[in-house]
Design a protein around this ligand. Structure first.
Ligand code: SF4
Length: 380
């Protein structure tokens, strides 16, 4: 069994008396009990759905408080990673994801564009880096990458070059096969995003053109290739709370938790089948984030799409509950995103600090060696 040290080695041991006072005197909600267990034992993969439901159903302020406790043990609570997501190939997608303005099946006004060229992509990555982003994510509106050899090879080059800029690199290109995952890993990809979107039960109401198991298979290929897994979902699709619990249960019981869990709030787009969905409320986000933080303590929990609708105090509640990453930049693929100046002001007001990129030891050594070589050759 993992020990408490596995969460945050420099924070332990905590006096068991302080720990028990902290929890027993204040509350005995499931959020309190399970947060204490997470802190004591470290990440677990044997969550039952009922356990996660009980956490999710805890009084929201209690969930917020205990999500914050776990967050502070597992992470530096002031650090928030800034990521930039760029749509490198927009629209015209053959899939029928009901929330997506890029599906060719819906009339949303999104114009289909070919794969962006290298100069434009690298320029965007450079701009993102200068604005403080440490992770650059490239999204392509494809069902899968199979049969797109030329485009895929181009993307491998983009990955390599952006990685050499010292940024974490993530892609979301649809379903992957094993070989492609290995090639992305060799190019230096840090993470691959492939969301499960919702629970297995509700999924067929949202997407019919590929199955839940196909999604999980892509995650397996990514994991086996040694790439970090980025997988989360969207709330506000018309699902029940039970489906939100189901999504978190599937993620938290994967053999290894995703390193990154984006929590999106639907931004209903006119022309999509979900155009009339009512907006997600902040308390729904807090419940999702707090629960994700307690059941997957080490993951980066990303406050993703839909953030544009939340005020600074509302976003502060999300950070308190355990979110530690945001997407910055003018757009999130094709939907609007928060203003960069407003984000900078938010960091200042809330006392947040940008999180540096993190690489595995091997990657860091490779990058250091490359930088040394560059320094030697440019000085010679
Ligand atoms: S979410 Fe991705 S796969 Fe689904 S329609 Fe949009 S671009 Fe295509």
């Amino acid at each position: 069994m993992m020990t408490i040290r596995s969460i945050r080695p420099n924070r332990w041991p905590m006096s068991s008396m302080i720990l028990s006072n902290l929890y027993s005197s204040n509350s005995s909600s499931a959020a309190a009990v399970q947060a204490e267990r997470t802190i004591r034992e470290g990440p677990r993969n044997d969550w039952t759905r009922q356990e996660i439901k009980s956490i999710y159903d805890s009084p929201v302020l209690d969930l917020l408080f205990h999500g914050a406790q776990v967050h502070r043990y597992a992470h530096n609570f002031r650090e928030v990673q800034q990521c930039t997501l760029l749509s490198i190939k927009t629209g015209g997608c053959s899939e029928d994801c009901s929330y997506c303005p890029q599906s060719s099946r819906y009339d949303t006004g999104v114009k289909s564009q070919k794969l962006m060229n290298k100069d434009a992509v690298i320029q965007a990555a450079q701009k993102a880096k200068e604005a403080g982003s440490t992770r650059f994510c490239m999204g392509a509106a494809w069902r899968e990458t199979v049969g797109r050899k030329t485009n895929f090879n181009q993307i491998l080059e983009y990955v390599k070059e952006i990685r050499e800029m010292g940024m974490e690199v993530c892609c979301t290109l649809g379903m992957l096969e094993k070989q492609q995952a290995l090639e992305l890993k060799a190019a230096g990809l840090t993470a691959y995003n492939h969301n499960l979107d919702t629970s297995r039960e509700y999924y067929p109401k949202i997407i019919t053109t590929r199955s839940y198991d196909e999604r999980l298979e892509t995650l397996t290929h990514v994991r086996e290739a040694g790439i970090n897994v980025c997988s989360g979902g969207i709330i506000g699709l018309g699902e029940a709370e039970e489906d939100r619990v189901g999504l978190l249960h599937t993620l938290a019981t994967l053999p290894t938790h995703p390193e990154s869990v984006p929590i999106n709030a639907l931004l209903a787009v006119k022309g999509t089948p979900l155009e009339d969905q009512k907006p997600v409320e902040i308390w729904e986000m807090v419940r999702m984030i707090g629960t994700a933080r307690i059941v997957m303590p080490k993951a980066m929990v990303r406050l993703s799409a839909g953030r544009v609708r939340f005020s600074m105090p509302e976003q502060a509640l999300c950070f308190l509950a355990g979110a530690n990453s945001i997407f910055t930049g003018e757009k999130l693929l094709t939907t609007p995103n928060n203003d960069i100046d407003a984000d900078q002001l938010m960091f200042k007001v809330l006392g947040l600090i940008p999180k540096a990129p993190s690489f595995s030891d091997d990657e860091a050594k490779d990058l250091e060696a490359e930088n040394c070589e560059e320094a030697v050759s440019s000085s010679g």
